[in-house]
Design a protein around this ligand. Structure first.
Ligand code: MRU
Length: 354
């Protein structure tokens, strides 16, 4: 399963706002179309956003060359730098978006330095976008393998939001670990938080687990503590949108509450994320920009207002879990146990980072 399809010229985005009821693909041949898919969350999940944005730059290069045959390479590059900036304004929290766009921007710089033709600029951008997508699949499989090493037999896991094939290019991060455990026959049960207000858990994770035949049960976010207290949860595993240099981790709203609950109940709390989700320039979680979405997502249910008129709503899409609540961060290059600034720095130095 995947939510992104690339045919060399255009990007197809599976509209995740319609799942699980309808599978509709949106054809993107411009950066604006890709930006709209990201803002409206037709494509969402940190790695998927990064890959989509990279393809957004690639399709825009193609469009500009096709529509403006007389464009000089310097003009094309200038326009594409604006495109990179425009795509960077779609969503603020997931750092994978900026990581991918930085790679596209560097390619533009190199092309300027080496005097590329328009066709060479477009080809270089397309190749990088394709590499980002290809690498993501391999990275997720490696995360799955490292995640497996934390378990020694059948387990009941709880997960939040959607971190699977739909949130990445394929396979998933936290859901990738769950998939790997399932392949080993080690998943007893996956408790799926519905993930209010956008319902990524109820709509997307439940859908992916169902497609894979992985035993799962949907709960509301507020039921997590109850099932932990009942001894029904062996570990919690979630993804990440941005990990600061000290290990503080931004992820879907509600993640922090789960980590606090885990500490109270003595349950391991794992974060699974690629190295591209680390932002070592951001020293603490408090410096991570948190996206606030429209309050209507909280005040309404399927377009119908549920709260009284006049009631205000707040809708932070992410929260930050302090590093001290995280048992381990699982990456494609290994596991950082009890993450803190020092251990992350050491791990980064050993692995060479990205
Ligand atoms: O608002 P979303 O749906 O883009 O948020 C997604 C998450 O918070 C995921 O947990 C995170 O991006 C990791 S996806 C592998």
């Amino acid at each position: 399963m995947t939510g992104l399809q690339w045919n060399g010229d255009e990007l197809l985005v599976l509209d995740q706002t319609l799942l699980p009821g309808k599978s509709e693909w949106v054809r993107c041949t411009t950066a604006d179309a890709v930006a709209d898919c990201i803002v409206s969350m037709k494509v969402r999940g940190a790695p998927a956003i990064g890959a989509a944005a990279a393809f957004g730059v690639a399709v825009e290069a193609r469009r500009l060359i096709t529509e403006h045959a007389d464009l000089k390479p310097s003009e094309l590059t200038a326009k594409l730098k604006d495109t990179v900036e425009r795509l960077g304004k779609t969503r603020p929290t997931a750092v994978n978006l900026f990581w991918a766009l930085d790679r596209m921007a560097k390619s533009l710089q190199e092309c300027t330095a080496t005097g590329c033709t328009n066709a060479q600029i477009a080809a270089a951008l397309r190749e990088i976008a394709e590499a980002i997508a290809r690498d993501d699949v391999a990275v997720n499989r490696a995360i799955g393998r490292y995640g497996m090493s934390l378990f020694h037999g059948p387990v009941s896991l709880l997960t939040h939001c959607n971190t699977g094939s739909l949130a990445t290019v394929e396979y998933g991060t936290a859901l990738g670990v769950i998939r790997a455990l399932h392949e080993q026959g080690w998943v007893k049960q996956v408790w799926v938080d519905e993930t209010r207000p956008f319902l990524q858990g109820a709509r997307l994770t439940a859908y992916e687990l169902g497609e894979e035949g992985i035993t799962h049960t949907l709960i509301t976010d507020s039921m997590a503590g109850h099932f932990m207290k009942m001894g029904e949860v062996d570990a919690v595993i979630v993804g990440a949108d941005r990990i600061a240099a000290n290990g503080d981790t931004a992820n879907k709203i509600g993640t922090y509450s789960l980590a606090v609950l885990c500490q109270h109940h003595g349950i391991p709390f794992y974060v699974a994320a690629p190295l591209s989700t680390f932002d070592l320039q951001t020293r603490f979680g408090g410096d991570i920009p948190i996206e606030y979405r429209n309050e209507r997502e909280v005040l309404e249910w399927m377009g119908q207002r549920t709260a009284p008129e006049g009631t205000a709503g707040m809708n932070p899409a992410f929260d930050v879990t302090p590093a001290e609540l995280i048992s381990a961060i699982i990456t494609e290059q290994g596991v950082i146990h009890v993450p803190d600034r020092e251990r992350i720095e050491r791990f980064w130095a050993e692995q060479g980072g990205t």
